[in-house]
Design a protein around this ligand. Structure first.
Ligand code: GLN
Length: 191
């Protein structure tokens, strides 16, 4: 299993470590040639407007977008979700999402008081206890399209969702010290 992690900005190292622990061959994706022969890809959390900008300057935006459209299993966490969304509210004017999953994300929507918090999440099909959701200046999913399957909710909002090959979380599963969501994703990729 060759698991790529977009390593332009943000919390990419932690995703690499989780995949390595799970036995995947980790590919650090920084240029278009790194997309060759991937079985899966992660877009990490960080700063979505910076990641969007770096996707353009690295030449990755078009080939990465094409690879996702061709079915590459892709997981976007937090800022990665914002980069993948069909529609972004409160984004920077020059921040153009990849439109790879039919949902609307509002950046930094939890406000100042609670812009970082932890919450236990009940995730569909995840065996065992609730998953520790780590939310850091997280976006809120304000709308999901009819083709999107919601796999976990928090406060009546989707926080883990999937449309075909594209998975997104508003939280940071790579910071939870719990590998079940990465495992779940890789199992579905291998299935
Ligand atoms: N607030 C960040 C953004 O808008 C996302 C935060 C994160 O990825 N932890 O890109």
């Amino acid at each position: 299993m060759r698991a790529g992690v977009l390593c332009l900005q943000g919390a990419f190292r932690e995703h690499c470590e989780v995949f390595a622990t799970l036995g995947a061959d980790v590919v650090e994706v920084r240029t278009p040639k790194h997309l060759t022969d991937l079985d899966a890809l992660v877009l990490p959390g960080g700063e979505s407007s910076t990641i969007s900008h770096l996707l353009v300057t690295s030449g990755l935006r078009e080939p990465l977008s094409q690879a996702i459209r061709n079915g590459l299993p892709t997981l976007g966490t937090c800022a990665g979700l914002i980069v993948l969304a069909n529609e972004v509210l409160d984004g920077r004017p020059d921040q153009e999402p990849l439109c790879a999953i039919d949902l609307t994300a509002r950046r930094n929507a939890y406000g100042r008081q609670v812009d970082s918090f932890e919450a236990p999440l009940d995730v569909k099909d995840l065996v065992g206890e609730s998953f520790p959701g780590v939310f850091i200046r997280a976006p809120v999913i304000e709308r999901v399209g009819p083709g999107v399957e919601v796999l976990a909710m928090h406060d009546d909002r989707a926080v883990l969702a999937r449309e075909g090959n594209v998975w997104v979380t508003t939280f940071h599963p790579e910071l939870a010290n719990d590998f079940r969501i990465h495992e779940y994703f890789l199992q579905e990729v291998a299935a």
